[in-house]
Design a protein around this ligand. Structure first.
Ligand SMILES: Nc1ncnc2c1ncn2[C@@H]1O[C@H](COP(=O)(O)OP(=O)(O)OP(=O)(O)O)[C@@H](O)[C@H]1O
Ligand SMILES: [Mg+2]
Length: 285
């Protein structure tokens, strides 16, 4: 069998807790081709970020492992850039300097002019050159997210890992950034793993959607290939029956097959405790 670009084999992880080991993931298997766009979807707390962090090398699997182009992943590396949900820009550095810092890791020792051009090129990809001298505090949340994406892209990673990259954005900014990410992916052809809670976003962007079961011991439940031609147009797809069929399959997985009763929020729980002796029962459920 041909070996794949990125392979997760029998990945499991246990976290130490005061009550003993907690098995978050078990037997996660995934083969990803070069240039594939993969979405990870699943209920809150199932283990999506944990999978991403293992691929990033930020966490080590307890069992199994990850192989990228024939080499085992044991630590973070510039060929696997991460876009964190909370954009994590350095607040004391300008937009330009934030991206430059990452570029200097991969273009170490290269002429200043070349570094400058590369930083500006990547800011251009996300339409942020106009704000290159601003500090993170001076730009909007969506703009910060775009700089985070530019910073990751500037490292020319083989694999781009994005943890709910558009989660905190308004619908319009989100749509605009999804389109930019699709364009950039088409241009650069790098492998992408993106975590999302948004079913439309997953179908629109992905080549395959990996649906995870609920934890503990979460694993890959179903994998749905999305065979829609690219470039994809959100308006045209809105009443495309194939698109809606895919949407329906993901929704069925999340809300029927892996149905999850979310615990009531803290306020309600407290109220239940106060007015009902059954409060304890509810908490334990
Ligand atoms: N360092 C840790 N120590 C103990 N438990 C952990 C640790 N990190 C994660 N967990 C647990 O592992 C499970 C998976 O967490 P993870 O953050 O991967 O979920 P997620 O799918 O990304 O959730 P969300 O959608 O809410 O971001 C959760 O039950 C979480 O409490
Ligand atoms: Mg998460």
């Amino acid at each position: 069998m041909m070996s794949k670009h990125l392979e997760l084999t029998q990945v499991g992880i246990d976290f130490p807790t005061p009550k003993g080991a907690f098995t978050a993931l078990q037997e996660v298997n995934l083969r990803i081709n070069k240039g594939e766009f993969i979405s990870l979807i699943g209920h809150s707390g199932c283990g999506k970020s944990t999978v991403l962090n293992i691929v990033a090398g930020l966490l080590n699997a307890t069992r199994g492992g990850v192989i990228l182009d024939g080499a085992e992943v044991t630590q973070p590396g510039p060929e696997r850039a991460v876009v964190f949900q909370n954009h994590s820009l350095l607040p004391w550095l300008s937009v330009y300097k934030n991206v430059e810092l990452a570029v200097k890791q991969t273009l170490r020792g290269k002429p200043k002019k070349q570094i400058r051009e590369w930083v500006m090129h990547n800011l251009e990809l996300v339409h942020m050159t106009h704000a290159s001298d601003k500090l993170p505090a001076e730009i909007s949340g969506g703009m910060k997210q775009r700089v985070g994406i530019a910073r990751a892209l500037a490292m020319e990673p083989k694999v781009l890992l994005m943890d709910e990259p558009f989660g905190a954005l308004d619908a319009l900014t989100r749509a605009h950034l999804q389109d930019s990410v699709m364009e950039i992916h088409a241009q650069l052809g790098n492998t992408v793993i993106m975590i999302t809670h948004d079913v439309d976003e997953a179908v629109l962007l992905s080549d395959r959607i990996v649906m995870m079961t609920n934890g503990p011991a979460a694993t890959v439940g179903e994998v749905l290939p999305i065979e829609l031609a690219r470039p994809r147009d959100r308006l045209a797809l809105a009443d495309n029956p194939t698109y809606n069929h895919y949407r329906h399959q993901v929704l069925t997985f999340l809300y029927e097959k892996q149905k999850k009763i979310e615990p009531v929020n803290a306020k309600q729980t407290a109220a239940n405790k106060a007015c009902s002796a059954k409060g304890k029962k509810i908490d334990a459920a």
